[in-house]
Design a protein around this ligand. Structure first.
Ligand code: PHE
Ligand code: CO
Length: 276
């Protein structure tokens, strides 16, 4: 996301651009195929069932970079969401406006073959493979739309940096408990070969039960694997805890509360123990 400005040449007033699916090269499609094969294998038993179901119903295993039109047709029929292409960075209000209207904005470019493991900007693999499968889940789909509306509101309250942490620690890096098994659901983890192992198996990071106020106070690292993950019990539970309450009083309360470091554990935290 970036500060407000006008759309670049070739983009529509809402910053969308054509995906130009026909312009992808064979090499670009093969990068997708490689990442897809590697990551969908890795995620078996690690990612929430809703994600695997999403991959399946959206036919994302079809070879090549997905055509957003075709993908949107399937997705729209399920939860009313569509996927639109944008230049890699769009202004906050543009991003939120799309989410509030059930449009997921995705980059159309794909990383080069020598960048399989690390990339600074989200590409079409992160955006589509990582984010889109969960948009088939009705509760998660509602959460994302509500988040878009909440983003526009947070801008009016000058509290976007607080709300952005909620996105970071759920949509990008969230963990979920299924029964007593810990799974991942965040797109930043699901699209990362290294972090999809680390987030669940490594003893180093903290795993703390989701608490809205705690999350909105917690700084995050963008330069390395996360130090702390927050664990939800279900998407319906997440939706209920965030979409229902009015954040205005919370934003006011947060102004008086100190930020929490990415490594800190508080006495009030409910730390998730032994992973099985
Ligand atoms: N309920 C929040 C508000 O009143 C909006 C929101 C919904 C934020 C869902 C995040 C996720 O601002
Ligand atoms: Co993302």
């Amino acid at each position: 996301m970036k500060a407000s400005s006008t759309p670049p040449a070739g983009a529509d007033t809402d910053w969308t651009i054509p995906q130009d699916w026909r312009n992808y090269t064979a090499t670009e499609h093969s990068v997708w195929d490689l990442l897809f094969a590697r990551q969908s294998k890795m995620l078996q038993g690690r990612v929430t069932d809703a994600f695997l179901k999403g991959l399946d119903v959206l036919r994302l295993s079809k070879p090549g970079i997905p055509d957003f039109e075709e993908l949107s047709q399937r997705l729209r029929a399920l939860t009313g969401w569509t996927v639109v292409a944008v230049p890699s960075l769009v202004p906050d209000e543009v991003f939120f406006e799309h989410l509030a209207n059930r449009r997921f904005v995705a980059g159309r470019f794909i990383r080069r073959p020598d960048q399989l493991d690390y990339l600074q900007e989200p590409d079409v693999f992160h955006d589509v493979f990582g984010h889109v499968p969960l948009l088939t889940d009705p509760a998660f789909a509602d959460y994302m739309q509500a988040y878009g509306e909440g983003g526009l509101k947070a801008m009016r309250f000058r509290a976007l940096h607080k709300l952005a942490r909620l996105y970071w620690y759920t949509v990008e890096f969230g963990l979920i408990r299924e029964g007593d098994v810990l799974k991942l659901y965040g797109a930043g983890i699901a699209s990362s070969f290294g972090e999809s192992i680390y987030a669940l198996d490594d003893p180093a990071p903290k795993r703390i039960l989701f608490d809205l106020e705690r999350v909105m106070r917690t700084n995050y690292r963008i330069d390395t694997y996360q130090r702390t993950y927050f664990v939800i019990d279900s998407f319906e539970d997440l939706r209920r805890q965030t979409a229902d309450p009015d954040f205005a009083p919370l934003y006011r309360r947060l102004e008086a509360l100190a930020d929490i470091g990415p490594d800190d554990v508080l006495p009030s935290d409910r730390v998730v123990g032994a992973i099985g």
